[in-house]
Design a protein around this ligand. Structure first.
Ligand SMILES: [Zn+2]
Length: 204
């Protein structure tokens, strides 16, 4: 027969409470606005949310932009999960871009928040090209583990002058970031979890 005697009492304490950041992106519908007051014109695609009669917006739908007086199109930016309409286009989310004549490109702003995609920080870090969306939304990419970043300065090799307003593409880890260099010739940042090589292209 086994006997047990109490020799001490240890209180179990929680040393760390880990806060898991969740990142939420809501779906965009027709007549939602952009940060340049553009009016999003989702085409008739048969998909609405709940009892709402407003169509859900998919990549490539037009945007009437009063700021640059042009018609832009919506562009998906990571992170997102596959969700396509009947014609194969990806659904647009809050924080996606409007490619019009404005620079930098305006962002799409969702008017509803009941239908969303939710991401955890480690998920965000695993999807290529999410850092620029994070910074636009006021987060630090390092909080998701994207601890590596790099931007580039475009210089004219003959005059040594910075190349301002040049269209560029940065290719990293299967993802492409497009932009226009600023007045000092700088590109946007590329963020990644691990060291990666980046290819820089400019439009000539
Ligand atoms: Zn515009």
């Amino acid at each position: 027969m086994t006997h047990w005697i109490l020799i001490c009492t240890i209180e179990v304490t929680i040393n760390h409470i880990q806060i898991i950041n969740m990142y939420t992106r809501a779906l965009i519908q027709t007549h939602d606005k952009t940060t340049s007051n553009g009016d999003i014109q989702a085409r008739d695609n048969g998909l609405t949310l709940g009892n709402d009669e407003k169509y859900v917006c998919f990549e490539g739908d037009p945007v009437i932009c009063p700021t640059c007086k042009s018609i832009g199109v919506t562009k998906c930016v990571p992170p997102y999960r596959p969700w396509t309409g009947h014609d194969g286009r990806q659904v647009n989310l809050d924080g996606d871009l409007c490619i019009c004549k404005c620079f930098p490109p305006p962002q799409l702003k969702a008017s509803q928040n009941s239908v969303t995609m939710i991401f955890e920080a480690n998920e965000i870090a695993a999807i290529a090209g999410t850092g620029n969306w994070l910074t636009r939304c006021g987060h630090k990419p390092s909080e998701c583990g994207l601890t590596h970043d790099q931007r580039f300065r475009l210089i004219d090799e003959n005059t040594n002058e910075p190349l301002a307003s040049v269209k560029y593409e940065l290719e990293c880890n299967g993802h492409t970031i497009s932009g226009i260099s600023d007045e000092e010739g700088f590109t946007d940042f590329v963020y990644s979890k691990n060291p990666e090589s980046v290819k820089v292209y400019i439009e000539v």
